[in-house]
Design a protein around this ligand. Structure first.
Ligand SMILES: [Zn+2]
Length: 58
């Protein structure tokens, strides 16, 4: 699966960019790191188990 290139910073609402990573493909449950361009906080995100946008557990 692909990790999103950017996420929204929880602290300041700015954009966080994916940090360089040796793999371009990720497994669900892998953690990937982002750096916020505004507040420079680092965020480690664990990828979800499912790669689709649908809510599986309704
Ligand atoms: Zn931020």
């Amino acid at each position: 699966m692909k990790a999103p290139q950017t996420i929204t910073c929880v602290d300041c609402g700015g954009k966080c960019y994916l940090l360089p990573h040796p793999d371009s493909e990720f497994e669900p449950g892998d953690s990937v790191a982002y750096r916020c361009k505004d507040c420079l906080d680092r965020w480690d995100i664990v990828l979800p188990e499912f790669d689709d946008e649908e809510e599986t557990f309704n």
